[in-house]
Design a binder for this molecule. Structure first.
Ligand code: ADE
Length: 228
C-alpha cells in the first residue's frame, strides 16, 4: 500500500511515521508514505498557495493551481483512490477503513486555512472524508488517522492479524475488557474465567462483555448490531 499525501506541512506526516508500529510497517515494506508539497508547484516568487475569498469573508482560500498541478504530478498506480480530508466529507469509520485497505495507492489532499477553492474538487473529484463533526486547523491529523487506521488492516502491519480481528468495531461491537499481570491490583482481581484456560468459557465471557459494553457505552452501535 502506497500513500501519497499533498500537504503544506510534510513534517507532520513524516513524524508520525517515524514511531512504533507505523515505523516498523514502513521499514518492513508493508506501507510507503510519500509527501508532496503544493508550495513547490507555485508559479510566483512568493510561493503563495492561498488568497482572499471572492465575495469577501474572513480567512484565506487554497488556490487551485498549486494543488491541481501538484496532484497531477503524483504518479498514479493501478487501483488508486484520491481522498480529500474535509469536515464536509462522509463520516469516517471502520467500514470505510476496510474498503480503503483494498487499494494499492491512496492519494490524500490535506487542506489548511479556510478551505479549498471549489474548483479543486471539481477537477480532482476526490472522495471526501471527515473524521468527525468538528473543525481542525488542517487536514494532516485527519490524514494520519486515515493512514494509521487503514495500515493496521493490512496483513503484516500488526504482529498478528488476530489483534486487528478482535478490535472494537471489527464485528460492530466494542472490544472486551483486557487484563494482564498481576492477578490482583489494589484489590481488583482479574476475572476467574480468564485464568482457567477453558477457551470456550473465555470466548463466552468475552462475547457477553462485548455486548454489555456496547449496550452501555454505545447504544447507537448496539441498536445497529441488534438489527443486523
Ligand atoms: N479538516 C479540518 N477538520 C477536518 C475534519 N473534521 N475531518 C477531516 N478533515 C478536516
Amino acid at each position: 500500500m502506497r500513500f501519497d499525501v499533498l500537504t503544506l506541512f510534510p513534517e507532520l506526516i513524516e513524524s508520525h511515521m517515524s514511531f512504533s508500529i507505523m515505523k516498523r510497517a514502513v521499514e518492513d515494506g508493508i506501507i510507503e508514505v510519500h509527501t508532496v508539497d503544493p508550495r513547490d508547484y507555485t508559479l510566483d516568487k512568493h510561493r503563495k498557495v492561498d488568497d482572499t475569498p471572492y465575495g469577501g469573508g474572513a480567512g484565506m482560500v487554497l488556490a487551485p493551481q498549486p494543488y491541481v498541478d501538484c496532484y497531477e504530478g503524483v504518479n498514479k498506480l493501478d487501483n488508486s483512490i484520491t481522498i480529500m480530508m474535509t469536515p464536509q466529507g462522509e463520516p469516517y469509520n471502520d467500514k470505510i477503513a476496510n474498503e480503503l485497505a483494498q487499494y494499492n495507492q491512496i492519494i490524500i489532499l490535506c487542506g489548511h486555512y479556510e478551505g479549498f477553492d471549489e474548483r479543486i474538487r471539481e477537477i480532482i473529484k476526490p472522495r471526501e472524508i471527515s473524521i468527525g463533526d468538528y473543525v481542525l486547523t488542517g487536514g494532516e491529523l485527519p490524514a494520519l488517522c486515515l493512514i494509521d487506521s487503514v495500515s493496521r488492516k493490512i496483513d503484516g502491519t500488526l504482529g498478528k492479524i488476530e489483534s486487528a480481528r478482535d478490535d472494537s468495531f471489527s464485528d460492530g461491537l466494542l472490544e472486551y475488557p483486557q487484563y494482564t499481570k498481576p492477578r490482583e491490583y489494589r484489590g481488583l482481581k482479574v476475572p476467574e474465567v480468564l485464568l482457567n484456560g477453558n477457551h470456550k468459557l473465555i470466548e463466552e465471557f468475552r462475547m457477553e462483555q462485548k455486548i454489555v459494553r456496547t449496550k452501555t457505552k454505545r447504544p447507537d452501535l448496539w441498536e445497529k448490531w441488534r438489527g443486523k
